[in-house]
Design a protein around this ligand. Structure first.
Ligand code: ADP
Ligand code: ADP
Length: 221
């Protein structure tokens, strides 16, 4: 069964504007899908709908064959959907060290301290930041910050990772390198992912499959 599936999903904002319309999309376990489209095409809205940050107006969202939002369903809240998220600007907790940022979801899940330490070290190795545990996040470069954000989102071992333009605040060279690294990291963890971007090259580097969205609708090739 798909890790996540949208069936005829539409999202209309309270002002009446329909940002995404009739979306059918299924992401297989371990599959990396890029959601590609210009600014304002509805990518973030759809991603937030998958995460549970936005209620869908019609259609259904299923995760592992369970309806998490749809008609007659109490929408499953963000923290119960088991998905990790990475945003454009990382949104790291500024007063926590790198290690305690990565441990955040593990603390919330009640993972005991020795295991948290171990997992943090594994995650730092995964994103090539060994030894960064005690660094204040304010001392990180943009690329390092996004690696930490990725490590934090992966630490609780989510089944699905949602990435909303995670590279778009970085400069061109760094973007290309990090795109390659992100693909490698996601592939090595076998996690299903939806990667939102407006950059075709980036989508092609990161994803197994590109889904193009324009004006709220999926464009079929
Ligand atoms: P993208 O991620 O592709 O840039 P968004 O999903 O952010 O697109 O936005 C899609 C469209 O929905 C845009 O026209 C945007 O202005 C509109 N939109 C986003 N959020 C809201 C909101 N809260 N209320 C009304 N319209 C919104
Ligand atoms: P991004 O595209 O990076 O998500 P935006 O600047 O488009 O950022 O949107 C920032 C915030 O404003 C988002 O929370 C979005 O939902 C909201 N927003 C965007 N467009 C509108 C709109 N037309 N009406 C109300 N809120 C909007």
């Amino acid at each position: 069964v798909p890790a996540v599936e949208c069936q005829q999903v539409s999202i209309t904002y309270p002002d009446g504007f329909t940002a995404v319309q009739d979306i059918d999309l299924a992401v297989a376990p371990g599959e990396i899908v890029a959601l590609l489209g210009p600014s304002g095409s509805g990518k973030s809205t759809l991603l937030r709908g998958l995460a549970g940050l936005e209620r869908i107006t019609s259609g259904r969202v299923l995760m592992d064959d369970v309806v998490v939002d749809g008609p007659g369903v109490i929408p499953r809240p963000v923290h119960q959907r088991g998905c990790g998220m990475v945003f454009q600007d990382g949104q790291l907790f500024p007063h926590r060290t790198v290690g305690r940022n990565i441990a955040y979801g593990l603390e919330a899940a009640g993972v005991p301290k020795p295991e948290r330490r171990e997992r943090v070290a594994q995650m730092l190795q995964l994103v090539s930041l060994e030894g960064f545990e005690n660094r204040p996040v304010t001392t990180l470069s943009g690329g390092q910050g996004q690696r930490v954000a990725l490590a934090r989102s992966l630490a609780p071992r989510p089944k699905l990772l949602l990435l909303d333009e995670p590279l778009s605040a970085l400069d061109r060279d760094l973007r290309e390198r990090l795109a390659v690294d992100i693909r490698q990291i996601l592939t090595s963890t076998s996690i299903a992912a939806v990667f939102v971007t407006h950059d075709h090259d980036e989508a092609a580097t990161v994803a197994d499959r590109i889904v193009t969205i324009d004006a709220g609708r999926i464009i079929t090739a």
